[in-house]
Design a protein around this ligand. Structure first.
Ligand SMILES: NC(=O)c1ccc[n+]([C@@H]2O[C@H](COP(=O)([O-])OP(=O)(O)OC[C@H]3O[C@@H](n4cnc5c(N)ncnc54)[C@H](O)[C@@H]3O)[C@@H](O)[C@H]2O)c1
Length: 358
C-alpha cells in the first residue's frame, strides 16, 4: 500500500480491505453509513462489504449521475441519516465516483454541523482528481458545483481494482485529468503517457500514484485556490464551456472528453502567448485526437462559449482567466486572452482533420 499525506489526512492506494482495516483501527464511530448509487451498489459494494465485516453499517442508496447532484438528493441523504439517529460521531463512507464524493462529502459536512466522512473513489476521474483536495458541493440552478464548501475527509482510500467494471468511455474521461497533471507538472510522465496507445493495457496502479503526487503538491501549496491551485485549470476554461453547451444537446460529452478539447485549444493559446514549442503543440494535439477522437464544436456556438467563459467562477473581474503551458511539464497561472485569441484557439481545433478510427 502507498500512502501520501495531504493536510490533515492520508491518501492510501492499494487493496481496499487492508486500507479500511488500517483506517478503522483505533478509531471509534458510533455508526457507519455507506453512500452508494445503483452502479456502485452493484459493482463496488460486493468488493467493499467484506472490508466492513465486524462493523455493522447502513447503506444509503441514491440515483446515479450528475443530474442527481442536487439539493433534493442531499435531502434524501440527510433524511436517511436523521431516521437512523446518526450522531456527530457517525462516519459516512462515500463509495462511488465524483458525484457521490462531492455530494456525500457536502451532505456529511453540513449534517449536524459536520460529521466525519471518508472518500472511496471508484472511477478513474475521482481516484486521480475529485476525491483529493477537499472541494465538495452540488449543482444549483444549472450551475455546476455552485453550492458547496471546502472540507477535508478523514481519509481517501483508492483501490484501482474498482476500475475493472468501469466503461472504456469513463476510463478515457478520467484519463484526461491524468494527462493534464502530467502536462502542467511532470514532463517525464507526459513523455511516457503520450506513447500509450491502448488504455486497456495501462498500469493504473503505477499511473495513479504518480498523477496524484501532482495534485497533492499543488493542493498542499494552495488549499483554497488563491494562487497556484489554478494551475489545475489548464484545459478547463474552454473545456467547461464546451461541456456546458454539449450538455444541452443529444450528444453530451463526459467531463474529460470536453477537457480534452479544452486542452487542445489551450495548448494552441499556450503556443501563441507563451511560446509553447510548435512540436509540443503537435504532440499534444495528435495524442488527444488519437485517444478522444474529435468531438465537434460549431462556430454558431462561439458566442455562447464566450459567455460561459465570462461567467466562470475562477475569473477575476472582467478578464477570462487561463492557466497555460510555456513548455510540457510547466504551467503559468493568471494568463488572459483576448476574444480574438480565444476564437483563434477554437478555429484551430475546428480545422483539425478528424482522426481515422483506430
Ligand atoms: N471535488 C473536486 O475537486 C472535483 C474534481 C473533478 C470533478 N469533480 C466532480 O466529479 C463528478 C464527476 O465524477 P465521475 O466522472 O466519477 O462521475 P460519476 O460519479 O457520475 O460516475 C460516473 C458513472 O460511473 C458509475 N460508476 C462509478 N464507479 C463505478 C465502477 N467502479 N464500476 C462501474 N460503474 C461505476 C457511476 O454510478 C456513474 O454512473 C462531477 O460532478 C464533477 O463536478 C469534482
Amino acid at each position: 500500500m502507498q500512502t501520501l499525506a495531504l493536510g490533515s489526512y492520508h491518501i492510501h492506494i492499494g487493496p481496499i480491505g487492508p486500507s479500511v482495516s488500517a483506517f478503522l483501527k483505533g478509531r471509534h464511530f458510533s455508526q457507519l453509513f455507506v453512500l452508494v448509487d445503483e452502479n456502485t451498489k452493484a459493482h463496488c459494494w460486493p468488493a467493499f462489504a467484506p472490508a466492513l465485516s465486524g462493523y455493522p453499517s447502513t447503506l444509503i442508496e441514491i440515483p446515479a449521475g450528475e443530474t442527481h447532484k442536487n439539493i433534493a438528493t442531499c435531502q434524501l441523504i440527510w433524511e436517511q441519516l436523521m431516521k437512523a439517529s446518526a450522531a456527530r460521531d457517525a462516519l459516512l463512507i462515500n463509495l462511488g465516483g465524483g458525484v457521490i464524493g462531492d455530494m456525500g462529502g457536502f451532505a456529511a459536512s453540513t449534517f449536524k454541523r459536520g460529521i466525519p466522512f471518508i472518500q472511496v473513489p471508484t472511477t478513474l476521474l475521482s481516484q486521480v482528481d475529485a476525491s483529493i483536495g477537499g472541494k465538495l458541493g452540488i449543482d444549483f440552478m444549472q450551475v455546476k458545483n455552485s453550492i458547496g464548501l471546502f472540507s477535508d475527509p478523514q481519509a481517501v482510500l483508492i483501490d484501482p481494482a474498482f476500475l475493472r467494471t468501469l466503461s472504456g468511455r469513463e476510463i478515457r474521461s478520467g484519463y484526461a485529468e491524468i494527462l493534464k497533471h502530467s502536462l502542467i507538472a511532470d514532463a517525464g510522465q507526459w513523455g511516457r503517457l503520450n506513447t500509450l496507445a491502448q488504455l486497456d493495457t495501462a498500469e493504473w496502479s503505477e499511473i495513479i500514484p504518480q498523477s496524484l503526487l501532482v495534485k497533492q503538491r499543488i493542493v498542499a501549496a494552495d488549499p483554497f485556490e488563491k494562487g497556484i491551485r489554478k494551475a489545475l485549470n489548464f484545459g478547463h476554461t474552454i473545456g467547461h464551456a464546451v461541456e456546458g453547451i454539449a450538455l444541452e444537446t443529444d450528444t453530451p460529452l463526459l467531463h474529460g472528453e470536453a477537457i480534452a478539447v479544452g486542452m487542445i485549444c489551450e495548448a494552441w493559446l499556450s503556443h501563441k502567448k507563451l511560446g509553447l514549442p510548435q512540436e509540443t503543440l503537435h504532440t499534444i494535439t495528435n495524442y488527444l485526437l488519437r485517444v478522444y477522437g474529435k468531438p465537434a464544436i460549431h462556430k454558431t456556438d462561439y458566442t455562447a462559449y464566450l459567455q460561459l467563459m465570462g461567467n466562470d467562477k475562477k475569473n477575476e473581474g472582467q478578464a477570462i482567466n487561463f492557466s497555460l503551458l510555456p513548455a510540457a511539464g510547466q504551467v503559468e497561472v493568471n494568463c488572459t486572452a483576448t476574444q480574438e485569441q480565444i476564437i483563434g484557439a477554437l478555429d484551430y481545433y475546428r480545422q483539425l482533420p478528424s482522426p481515422a478510427p483506430s
